[in-house]
Design a protein around this ligand. Structure first.
Ligand code: SUG
Length: 419
């Protein structure tokens, strides 16, 4: 008997976490360009979030930070650690793989033609610092989901067509173990900021995963939302089981989008936040929608895990209280402190990749328990740099500290083969 549950795989924040302002169209990243980052605090914040979800839901996975600096990236561009172009050096040091919602698109086994859970790593070609991730991400997916009777891991989609993974993908279903409808949200290029998800990539992923065409919906993101800083759909919308939680301005054709989802999945329930209650820019600043929308145990409805910033915004918090006072499907709002990630445009939902599968089929080296969380905590506390100034990147001492900190974690988790 297979027991399909939703497991969230969070990215452990790497020791090179820094603010270099590399992501055009990501307002938080631009705003914090040049600021001092606090990698140890960042990784501990991420770990606290994971511990909370492990206690609440009983399952939690993780992916390891990728090897940084990526010397092959610099060499391929004819650059060096001391390069005159700080953006290239910063790209080679980027800890952006922490945002595992961009690691891959995942189609759980009940949705696919061959009955396996399919993964396509995101090529992330729009940004140099993110485009380097996928081969190393795939190495982790190949290990974690090596059981080929239950999982299939593809290569990334060929470049030209940008693919940003699960951040632009939602799944509607009665329960995680039942067949679902997969919703792909893409952007149309031509605006002030890049549209990072291309329609062709979404369609290719759906084909590669063997999804039934009548159980796929392709929707255009609202160009107004992209211009306002919603560089991924998960900045303005999130779905769980039969519920879609979205900002009124999330989709180019709002009613058309809801109709298309309803045609494929009639039980859809939309919880929409009007712009008059929470204006788009405030939704993007507080990341209300970059929430983990999760099913609580014991049929107790759903919980929305939002960043602390939501509680600090009067309008957003008022809206949450009003929602809880009604009798909608979301029964609880939980706040978490992921400020270090937020300052680079990554909220609670960016930090996790959802995989609906049987945990018994996953390599246990990627599954968290309390003892491992304690072990991770002491390694991070002892080895992650306290702070990084972008101008420190490339300096020998920091470089060695970053390499050795990651190694200690790989060693402790018996994952040294990730090098
Ligand atoms: O790709 N930030 C990430 C944030 C990703 C958030 N993910 C989701 N919405 N799912 C990005 O823009 C900032 C890096 C820097 O500026 O150093 C960065 O890459």
């Amino acid at each position: 008997m297979t027991k399909v549950v939703e497991i969230n795989f969070d990215g452990i924040v790497g020791p090179s976490h820094n603010y270099a302002g590399l992501s055009l169209g990501n307002i938080a990243s631009a705003r914090h360009q040049g600021s001092t980052s606090y990698p140890k605090a960042a990784a501990l914040q991420g770990l606290t979030k994971m511990r909370g979800n492990l206690a609440r839901f009983g399952h939690q996975g993780y992916f390891l930070p990728l090897p940084r600096p990526n010397m092959a990236l610099l060499e391929g561009l004819g650059a060096k650690l001391g390069s005159e172009d700080p953006a290239l050096v910063a790209a080679a040091f980027s800890a952006s793989s922490m945002w595992t919602a961009n690691a891959a698109t995942v189609s759980p086994a009940p949705d696919t033609a061959d009955g396996r859970c399919h993964f396509t790593p995101a090529n992330l070609v729009t940004m140099l610092h993110r485009g380097q991730e996928w081969p190393d991400t795939k190495r982790q997916l190949d290990l974690a989901f090596a059981n080929s009777a239950h999982f299939a891991v593809h290569d990334a989609i060929a470049p030209t067509f940008g693919d940003e993974g699960a951040a632009n993908h939602m799944r509607l279903c009665e329960s995680h173990g039942e067949a679902g409808v997969e919703v792909f949200v893409y952007g149309r290029p031509g605006g002030k900021f890049p549209a990072r998800q291309h329609e062709q990539s979404s369609r290719a992923v759906a084909r590669l995963h063997g999804l039934a065409p009548d159980r796929c919906v392709f929707i255009e993101q609202n160009p107004i939302a992209i211009e306002a800083g919603a560089f991924h759909n998960d900045v303005v919308a999130v779905a769980n089981e039969h519920v879609l939680f979205a900002h009124e301005l999330a989709f180019a054709d709002r009613q058309g989008a809801y109709d298309a989802m309803r045609a494929a999945f009639p039980a859809l329930q939309v919880v929409e936040v009007p712009d008059s209650a929470v204006p788009l820019d405030e939704a993007i600043r507080t990341y209300l929608f970059n929430a983990q929308l999760v099913t609580r145990p014991d049929n107790a409805g759903m919980a929305l895990i939002v960043p602390d910033e939501c509680r600090e915004s009067e309008r957003v918090w008022q809206w949450c209280q009003q929602m809880l006072a009604g009798n909608g499907p979301i029964r609880e709002v939980i706040t978490v402190d992921v400020r270090q990630s937020m300052a680079n445009g990554g909220g609670p939902a960016c930090l996790r990749l959802r995989v609906a599968c049987d945990p018994a089929h996953v390599d246990p080296r990627f599954l968290l328990d309390e003892a491992k969380a304690d072990q991770m905590e002491s390694i991070i506390a002892a080895n992650w740099p306290e702070q990084i100034d972008p101008s420190d990147l490339g300096h020998e001492e920091l470089t060695q500290a970053i390499i050795s900190a990651r190694h200690k974690l790989l060693q402790a988790l018996d994952l040294e083969e990730l090098g």
